[in-house]
Structures are given as C-alpha cells and as structure tokens.
Design a protein around this ligand. Structure first.
Ligand SMILES: *Cc1c(COP(=O)(O)O)cnc(C)c1O
Length: 393
C-alpha cells in the first residue's frame, strides 16, 4: 500500500441531478456525538423530524417518516406495501425513474400497465385515465418530477381518475419536494416518497415517505404478507408510531442531518423557498436561450425548477464540456440518460445549490467550454440575460 497520504478531495459546485450542496450546518449536525436510537432525546428528534416532514409535504398523515435508505428505498417501500401479486397497477412512464418504478411494480408480481410518453413532455393525463378505467386498477404510480428529462408531470387529472376508480395514488416527489410545491392532503395523494440529497439539501441516505389512512388500511387488508420485512410499513409503524419499539437501528447521524436540513427549510419558509427555485430556474433558462441553446422541455409550464434539461448544441461533444467543467472549474453538471444520453445536459438547481451565484457561474463556465469547442456563442450573452432576468424578478 502507498505510504503517501491521499490528496484531499477537491471542492465541487454541485449542479448535477443530485446530490446538491449541503450547508455546513447540516454537515456539523452529522458530526454530533452519537446517542442511542431509543434515547428519549433521539425520540424527540424523530418526533420533530416527522412534524417538519409533514409541513414540507403538506400533510397531517400520522405515518410520515424517513425510510433508512435512499430515494429508491422510498420507492420500494411504497410499492412493496401497496402491491400484491396479481394486482393491476398503472404506471406512468416517460423517463428513467418511471421505468424503474414499473420494474419495481413488476418484481412485486403485479399486472403492470404502463402508459408511456415521449421523454421530455408530460404524459397525457387522459391516456392515464383511460388506462385506469380499463380494468380493476388497484394502484396508480407516477413520477412528479422526472429527473432524467426535466419534466414536471401534472397530477390533478390523474389523481381524480384514480379516486373515481378507487385506486390508490403513489407519487415520486424525489426531485420536487423542497423545490416545487408538493401538497399531499390538498391534492389527495395516498403515498408519497422522496430523497434527502435533492431539493432537501442533505446527504443521500434517507427517504422521507408518507402514507395516508386509506393507504394504511389497504396494507392492513392485504391477503399476503408484505414481501419485504425491512420496508414493511406495519412493522415500521411500531418504531415510528406510539410504541417506539426496536425494528432496525436508525442511521443516527443521518437523522441529525435531516433534522437540521428541515429546520433550515422551516427558517426559510416553504413559499420563499419555492419562489427562489422558480426565480433561479427562470434566469438560467433565459441565459441558456440567450446563448442559442434550446430546452429539452418545450412548454415552460412543464419544466422543473430544480432540474434544467438543455439540448447539447449540434457538433458539440457533451462529455468533453462536462469533463472540462468538472476538472478545470470544479462544477458538476449531469449528462443525459437512456435515449437522451449525449443529447442533453442536466443542470440541477436544487436546495442550497439554487443560488444566483451558481446561475451566473454555470452560464459563464458553459460559455468558456463551448467556445473552446469552437461553438459560436456571443460573448457574455448568457450571463447578461440571466442578470437581466434577476433584475426584472
Ligand atoms: C434520484 C431519484 C430517485 C432515486 O433516488 P436515489 O436516492 O438515487 O435512490 C428516484 N426518483 C427520482 C425522480 C429521482 O430523481
């Protein structure tokens, strides 16, 4: 083994699809000395975390808590509890996370009906309604913020169709929660899951989830046991609910981090936080368009504020640009996934990464990298347009 000490990791500006920047307050919270996970002081932290999660998710659901695992574990927890073998489940698919959702539903033995759409546009809600009505649909699963395409999927018609049919609605809010409004009770969503490392600006490792009473009743009525012991919401109710009985050891340092990150959200206020995400997204788009680039999502109303998918200009090698941003300037942005690989960049403005500084920085950095590729960009146009947008908003 080499005797040389490992060189320190470089600092990065995190403008990819997650993780986002984590504030020093959250990092310091993680370095607190451990206490036991059944210590009354820790139980108090769990209570407060649940209360703050209810606030961020717009719900009074008792079963609102954090799964020990990343966003995908939240997805898995939602599906494994609600779906029984043979159930008809409608899944909305127009991106990588819709595909993953359908795969999890399939692995639970369900009869999966996918409603597919073009990658870069929302799926037509009337097609989803038709699919729901096409049989005895038990569950409808949909991604609210599709991180692979930058699309915000409208939910109201889909939820109304599910309600009319007695189907439960599962919503993936991994990239919307903390950046866009997500209101479980007002919108009548049955189960919602998220992740910590996107707009909540916490390291990855926990998955906030919420189950309403209708969903909890469905779990109780199951004719087969939940196939996952670890993610069984009935058992987790024993730990997060009244009994506070041992189920698994909570990731204590991560719990400290989430508690601190949620406290910061409460201090900022939800509406100002959403407005900040909107404003910075708007300025970034103004800058990218002024540089002659085109957004992947045509309709501005369907664009995510937290994840900006922009088309790579013709003749530009997107990986070279992305690599230069990372190694020369320490800025991380994302590339495209699946059919969009090589065709788009994904610029995340999530949580603490959503700042005016970062908008100006990434536009300037992209300009420099594009000019090195001999791509014609009028000097300063992107930054000027963003500054203009900030001044006007
Ligand atoms: C990131 C993401 C996930 C998965 O979260 P992990 O933390 O990577 O497991 C699921 N859904 C969406 C929409 C995401 O953006």
């Amino acid at each position: 083994m080499s005797k040389a000490a490992r060189t320190p990791l470089p600092e990065r500006v995190l403008l990819g699809p997650g993780p986002s920047t984590v504030d020093g307050r959250v990092l310091r919270a993680m370095s607190r000395p451990l206490i036991g996970h059944l210590d009354p002081e820790f139980l108090q932290i769990m209570d407060e975390t649940q209360e703050m999660l209810r606030h961020v998710m717009g719900t009074e659901n008792r079963m609102t808590f954090a799964i020990a695992g990343t966003g995908s574990a939240g997805m898995e927890a939602s599906i494994v509890n609600l779906v029984e073998p043979g159930d008809r489940v409608v899944v909305v698919v127009a991106g990588v996370f819709g595909v993953r959702l359908a795969e999890q539903v399939r692995r639970n033995g369900a009869d999966v009906v996918t409603v597919e759409g073009e990658w870069g546009a929302p799926v037509d809600p009337s097609a989803v309604a038709e699919a729901i009505e096409g049989g005895d649909t038990k569950v409808v699963a949909v991604v609210h913020a599709e991180t692979s395409t930058g699309v915000l999927q409208p939910l109201d018609e889909i939820i109304a169709a599910a309600r009319a049919h007695g189907a439960l609605v599962v919503v993936d809010a991994v990239t919307s929660l903390g950046g866009h409004p997500v209101r479980l009770d007002e919108w009548d969503i049955d189960v919602c899951y998220s992740g910590t490392q996107k707009c909540l600006s916490c390291p990855p490792g926990l998955a906030p989830v919420s189950f309403n009473e209708r969903a909890m009743a469905r779990v109780k009525e199951r004719s087969t046991p939940v196939r996952s012991w670890y993610l069984d919401v009935g058992l987790l109710d024993g730990y997060w609910g009244q009994a506070r009985a041992y189920h698994h050891t909570a990731p204590i340092s991560m719990a400290f981090a989430l508690h601190e990150a949620l406290s910061m959200i409460r201090e900022e206020g939800l509406e100002p936080r959403h407005a900040r995400h909107h404003r910075n997204h708007f300025a970034l788009v103004a800058g990218l368009e002024a540089m002659g680039m085109r957004m992947q999502v045509e309709n501005p109303d369907h664009r995510l504020w937290s994840l900006n998918a922009v088309r790579v200009p013709d003749g530009v090698d997107e990986a070279v640009v992305r690599g230069e941003l990372l190694t020369r300037l320490g800025i991380e942005i994302g590339g495209g996934l699946g059919p969009l690989a090589g065709q788009i960049w994904r610029i995340g403005l999530m949580g603490a990464s959503s700042t005016e500084n970062n908008v100006v920085l990434v536009l300037g950095a992209l300009e420099a990298a594009l000019r090195r590729q001999e791509c014609a960009v009028s000097p300063g146009a992107g930054v000027a347009a963003a500054i203009g947008a900030f001044a006007a908003n």
